[in-house]
Design a protein around this ligand. Structure first.
Ligand SMILES: C[S@@+](CC[C@H](N)C(=O)[O-])C[C@H]1O[C@@H](n2cnc3c(N)ncnc32)[C@H](O)[C@@H]1O
Length: 246
């Protein structure tokens, strides 16, 4: 297992409709101009195991059924639950500072981390308004004697009173992506596209990975700011957004 390559120094790439930062979001977020309409993000869950040891395994071993992967591992996924709570409250509070009053916040999580994610969300100052469901469909992993691992969740809420005027569903039925993936645990573009419809014109994703949020935002004419720590995925994000300009 090799550790994901990360560097302390930050880097900024500006493209039409996008501002992409390479670095730790704890360092980059305080440098951003405030006034985002929405935070939409899919942080590392630090999950995928029942014990501390299994959570510390590489992301490829944890999240891919085969235990191996064509994609490099990504950073920041080995915290125990108590430190995950503290860390989440730190980055969420920095996001809260940068969100407009009335802005929308959407944070993905899984069933193990759902309780600490909603705790951190409120500790950071957000008004917690609900939990949305990503239904990944019947091709998800079956569970002998139990229930298929078919869902992931997003905690959502706002900074004060919610300003938006859209009406969105609470459950999104989108099949998991099989081919054409750009990230070990990338979200499907149709899922992010559906969520982005509820968001205003300036969107921030502090854990952009391969920038699926960014591609959806730009396609809807919004401006995207993304942050990514793992060098490989930062480069993928830049190329993915750049190729949209061509
Ligand atoms: C779950 S993935 C996001 C995948 C993304 N939604 C996509 O569709 O490609 C989380 C990403 O956060 C990055 N990350 C982890 N810790 C970070 C940090 N402190 N600051 C910025 N990015 C970080 C990881 O390298 C990983 O690529």
């Amino acid at each position: 297992m090799t550790s994901p390559r990360v560097r302390k120094a930050t880097q900024l790439v500006r493209l039409p409709g996008a501002e992409l930062h390479r670095g730790d979001c704890l360092a980059v977020l305080p440098t951003l101009s405030p006034g985002f309409d929405a935070i939409v993000t899919d942080p590392p869950y630090s999950s995928g195991g029942q014990s501390k040891g299994s959570r510390a395994a590489s992301t490829g071993q944890k999240y891919l059924n085969t235990g191996g992967t064509a994609f490099p591992d990504f950073a920041g996924d080995s915290k125990d639950q108590r430190s995950y709570l503290h860390w989440s409250a730190l980055w969420m509070a920095l996001c809260y500072d940068k969100l407009k009053d009335g802005g929308l916040a959407i944070v993905f999580t899984d069933w193990r981390q759902l309780p600490v994610t909603s705790d951190a969300f409120q500790a950071a100052g957000f008004t917690w308004r609900g939990v949305g469901v990503w239904d990944k469909g019947s091709s998800s992993r079956p569970y002998k004697g139990g229930f298929r691992a078919q869902t992931e969740f997003f905690v959502w809420g706002s900074k004060g009173m919610l300003a938006g005027d859209t009406y969105s569903p609470g459950v999104f039925n989108v099949q998991q992506q099989r081919g054409g993936k750009l990230h070990q645990v990338g979200k499907p573009l149709p899922l992010m596209d559906a969520l982005l419809k509820a968001c205003g014109p300036r969107v921030l994703d502090p854990f952009m990975g391969s920038a699926t949020t960014g591609v959806a935002a730009i396609a809807q004419g919004k401006h995207f700011t993304g942050i990514e720590l793992t060098e490989h995925y930062f480069d993928v994000a830049v190329e993915r957004i750049r190729s949209k300009d061509a």
